[in-house]
Structure formats: C-alpha cells, structure tokens
Design a protein. Sequence first.
Length: 188
Amino acid sequence: MGEQRSVRIIGIDPGLRRTGWGVVESDGVRLIYVASGHLTSTSDEALAYRLREIFEGICGVIASFSPLEAAVEETFVNENARATLKLGQARGMALLAPALKGLRVAEYSPNLIKKSVVGTGHADKRQIQAMIGILLPRAKFDSSDEADALAIAICHANHRTGPQARAAAAVEEAARRTRRSGPRRAAG
C-alpha cells in the first residue's frame, strides 16, 4: 500500500466580531498543529467593511499557511434573527475566501464537530479545549474561537475521506467539468 500524503487543513469558526482560524496537518493517522489565531472586525464600521476585513483576513491566513482544504462550521439559528443573519454573512466570507483560492471547502454541524473531538455532540467549550490540548499538544490558543477552529479542522481531518466526502467530491468535480465544457446543446 502507498504512503498517505499529508494534507494541510484550515478550520474556520466564523463570527462577525471574532473569526477563529486553526491550521493542522494530517496524514490520515497523525495530526500536527501548525498555527491558530483569530481575526477581528472593527465594530464601529459599517457591515460591508467588517465583512471585507474578515474576507481579507482569511485570505491572508490562507496565503501565509497554504492549506489545501478548508472546513467551516455551519450556522446555528438562535432566537435573534438579526444576529443569525449577520453570522450567516460572516460565514459567507469564510466560505468564499478559501473557495476563491481553489481550496476544497467542507461544512460541518456544531454537534458533529464536538462529537468528532470530544465524543459527544453536546460538549462544552472547556471539554473542547481540553481535548484540543490532548490531540494537539503543541497547540497554543488564546481564545475559544481558536480552539473551536482547531476542532473544526480536526473534524475535517477525521471525515475528509469517508464515503460522504468522496461522494461530495465526485459531485463537485462533475460540476467543475460541466462549467469548463460549457452548456450542452441538444442534438437535432
């Protein structure tokens, strides 16, 4: 059997105030901590400029650490519709930045991320941070946003080669081929 190639993954925990990011390498067996941090947007700026700050910040992290794949947490809906919409817009920047750089982008629910890292889908922040310390002993993170982003990257490392991921990649590749070849015309 051939040797598994290592892949660099960026996990992104989107937020309008703070967007956490974490970069890990995975060879399918081992995880290696590369870097983590968080981006902030200027709270007194208009929404469009805050979104630009998030987008440009993520693009900068991607340029600095050269991941091949990205994983983003899916949005959960809370009671405040306005806050949920703003989070959704920040999440849009977190999806767009890696997609424009040509990275494969995956999305995971908060419960799957927690289950992948801690073993239960209802883990709290302290449990996630403790497991990050065990799984990535060299990890240095200053905020729960960074720890969450590392958890997202770990979740992707664990799920990126499963049957669902292979099926999604096949659909994505077929869509790319269709876009490159242009629309087909009916014979006649």
